[in-house]
Design a protein around this ligand. Structure first.
Ligand SMILES: *Cc1c(COP(=O)(O)O)cnc(C)c1O
Length: 368
């Protein structure tokens, strides 16, 4: 029987290498690879993940916010870092820490040009984001000429790449829409090249774009979830290894009589004599209340133990009536076989949400 001491998120760097190699095997030799390490590298450990990927020869990193890029620079990441959603308040920091902003609208373009020229920059690299149907961030085709007029007059910046983001690349029932996005991006790049008279780096594909739309790989791809071990389909999941394993320990076992209740609001009522285990992980650690009431389950001694009643802030109670186990035994919340995607699906959500919710209170252990 495996014993455990506390709740730990184990990060397996050999799984990360496997996923990186698999994704790269889908690309042409000269296609660049950008690793998306936003949100603590999808809830794992941004420093450890980024430093290892840097060692493996990744070309680029991306984060959502400037503060995340600063953390990577402090950790020793020297590769270029694209900040996907910077806000003007952080533009000075962006330049001071050699981070590269995604510029997605006029306000952000104007303010960045101002800060870059105030700081006497020459050819500071920026990335232009275009909207091709996600309707989240980005310029449109018609903006290219006016962008040219404005940026051509400035020595402070240079447009290093142009990019867009796919809305449903994992969903093959939306193939027609994705193909329309790819065509829209092609029109944008053709117009950009005509107006600016040079070709910047072009990128469009996230993980599922890499797997499902080879024609959309272009000069660089941006992968997040795939690196962490999920292919967004039953078939592709088999080619990946989840990097994160979340485990905990049985802190107490209770024998419950028929008619007793378990947990807050007496949300679980026992229908027969039963046994429960209390586990030190709760909604403050990232296992939300949506996993309670019998929806989610953990694995103890290789068997399913459903989460009963309400998830507490720091604990869950699970049904171990038919499991032979004792206090101090290991509990798997998710791992490579009971995956974060399986657990997420029990609460009608996706692996991305469960992984990124694992709070900073949970200890990270890096396995090489
Ligand atoms: C988060 C993000 C990605 C990564 O997407 P995955 O599906 O995790 O591969 C790529 N591009 C942009 C713009 C993103 O915001």
């Amino acid at each position: 029987m495996s014993k455990a001491q506390e709740t730990v998120l184990e990060i397996d760097l050999s799984a990360l290498k496997h996923n990186f190699d698999y994704l790269k095997s889908k690309l042409q030799k000269n296609t660049k690879f950008l690793a998306v390490v936003k949100a603590f590298a999808y809830g794992s450990d941004a420093d450890a993940i980024a430093l290892y990927l840097q060692e493996l020869g990744v070309d680029y990193f991306a984060v959502a916010y400037t503060s995340e890029g600063v953390v990577l620079r402090d950790a020793g990441v020297t590769k270029p870092i694209l900040v996907l959603h910077p806000l003007p308040v952080s533009f000075e920091t962006i330049i001071e820490r050699c981070l590269e902003p995604s510029i997605y609208n006029w306000k952000v373009l104007d303010e960045f040009l101002q800060v870059a020229s105030d700081k006497n920059q020459k050819n500071y690299p920026i990335h232009l984001k275009f909207n091709t149907g996600l309707n989240r961030l980005g310029f449109n085709l018609e903006d290219i000429e006016p962008i040219h007029s404005i940026t051509n007059a400035s020595e402070a910046i240079c447009i290093k790449s142009i990019f867009s983001h796919l809305a449903a690349s994992e969903d093959l029932t939306e193939k027609a829409f994705t193909e329309q996005q790819i065509r829209a991006f092609t029109s944008i790049t053709e117009k950009f090249i005509t107006v600016f008279d040079y070709k910047p780096v072009l990128h469009l594909s996230n993980t599922s774009g890499i797997l499902n739309y080879p024609e959309a790989h272009l000069d660089m791809v941006r992968s997040g979830i795939g690196l962490y071990g999920f292919g967004n389909s039953e078939k592709e999941n088999k080619n990946f290894i989840p990097v994160a394993k979340l485990k905990s320990v049985i802190s107490q076992i209770h024998h419950i009589e028929k008619g007793e209740t378990v947990g807050y609001n007496r949300a679980y009522k026992s229908e027969a004599t039963m046994t429960t285990a209390t586990i030190p992980i709760g909604h403050a650690d990232g296992v939300g209340r949506q996993y309670g009431q019998g929806k989610g389950f953990v694995i103890i001694e290789g068997q399913k133990a459903p989460i009963i009643g309400n998830v507490c802030m720091d604990m869950i109670m699970v049904d171990i009536t038919s499991i032979d186990c004792e206090e101090g035994d290991e509990v798997i919340i998710f791992d490579a076989s009971h995956t974060a995607e399986h657990l997420a699906n029990t609460a009608q959500t996706i692996s991305y949400e469960l992984l990124t919710a694992i709070s900073q209170r949970v200890k990270r252990v890096i396995k090489k």
